[in-house]
Design a protein around this ligand. Structure first.
Ligand code: AKG
Length: 327
């Protein structure tokens, strides 16, 4: 990992302590979340900068002085932390990357498509009425920033994947008309077998992430109902903020599925472009239906640096700490 960091970022890792740390095997691409990192760092200090380069399986921490960096190193090097399946490995570094200024563009990432008015108002209210958030029979969880339900396979947020050998209640018949609509409209891979329903109250969101390559096939669909929102897509230093109207279907495939993060900033309102300017829209309760096809076998995408597939030797080298081997 240290060679990779030197090559990609021109940053040298070192044995002597400095005010900079690198977490060599946890970053955005391994599903590590900024909030999880903040939770652990807050136990030691409130003054730090986290730099999580998009598409990388490592991240950087910058502290005011090296005493604090040493404390963080001693407490967390080789330890298990929430959100990571293997212990995290830290090293000091001579510097951290400059925080690149984000460039906002309006050009859609390749492979991203938005179909407005994908369902009718009647279908939207039928879908909304079909969900019972008090029903604990479904596989549901109350996450810090939203409520979720799963069908077909449970998405495990602790390990960012599904167990393809442990199916749960299938996608309900009430939603089968959507599968037919997907087929009719050529919405990517047709045999979607996993559904996650998210409910976001105003002020809630979802951290930026790329759906784990090894968990799901190409083409991920997300139907927005109940309220609109703005979803942010990021890659390198590019950011595209996309307005998702209620009843629209978002199709993420190819580059947009495999190498751009998507996320919803937790806020009460969004700034939206309209014909003659911009307007601020208060958020309502947004429910999304995300359909995915569980992958069996290796991911064969060409976006190697974002791919956690075992076939990807480069990635194995980067994610695992030196000395560890895959069982
Ligand atoms: C997820 O559940 O992983 C999502 O990205 C949901 C996206 C959405 O709410 O549209």
């Amino acid at each position: 990992a240290q060679h990779r960091i030197a090559r990609d970022m021109n940053i040298k890792c070192c044995d002597e302590s400095t005010e900079n740390l690198v977490i060599c095997n946890a970053g955005l691409v391994t599903g590590f979340k900024r909030e999880e990192l903040e939770n652990i760092l807050n136990e030691i200090t409130k003054k730090y900068t986290i730099i999580m380069p998009p598409g990388k399986s490592y991240c950087f921490l910058k502290f005011d002085d090296k005493i604090v960096a040493e404390k963080v190193y001693q407490k967390f090097h080789g330890r298990n932390v929430d959100g990571q399946v293997t212990p995290i490995y830290l090293t000091f570094s001579q510097s951290t990357p400059d925080i690149e200024e984000e460039v906002t563009t309006t050009e859609f990432p390749n492979g991203l498509e938005l179909i407005e008015e994908f369902i009718t108002i009647e279908e939207e209210s039928r879908l909304l009425n079909s969900i019972n958030w008090d029903n604990n029979c479904d596989v549901s969880s109350e996450l810090k920033h939203r409520n979720v339900k799963h069908f077909g396979y449970e998405f495990r947020y602790d390990i960012n994947t599904v167990d393809p050998d442990q199916p749960i209640a299938p996608i309900p018949d009430d939603y089968k008309f959507l599968l037919d609509l997907f087929q009719k409209n050529n919405c990517g891979n047709h045999n979607y077998d996993q559904l996650t329903i998210n409910r976001y109250l105003p002020g809630q969101g979802i951290p930026p992430h790329i759906d784990t390559h090894s968990a799901f096939e190409d083409s991920i669909l997300s139907l927005s109902i109940g309220s609109e929102c703005v979803m942010d897509f990021r890659k390198d230093n590019k950011k595209v903020s996309l307005h998702l109207p209620a009843r629209s279907l978002l199709i993420m495939s190819g580059e947009s599925r495999y190498s751009w993060t998507h996320g919803i900033c937790p806020r009460q309102s969004d700034v939206i472009k309209i014909d003659n300017g911009i307007t601020v829209k208060e958020r309502g309760i947004r429910t999304s239906f995300t359909f995915r096809k569980v992958r069996r076998g290796d991911c064969e995408c060409k976006f190697y640096e974002y791919c956690n597939s075992k076939r990807n030797e480069q990635m194995i080298d980067e994610v695992l700490a030196p000395g560890l081997e895959l069982s």
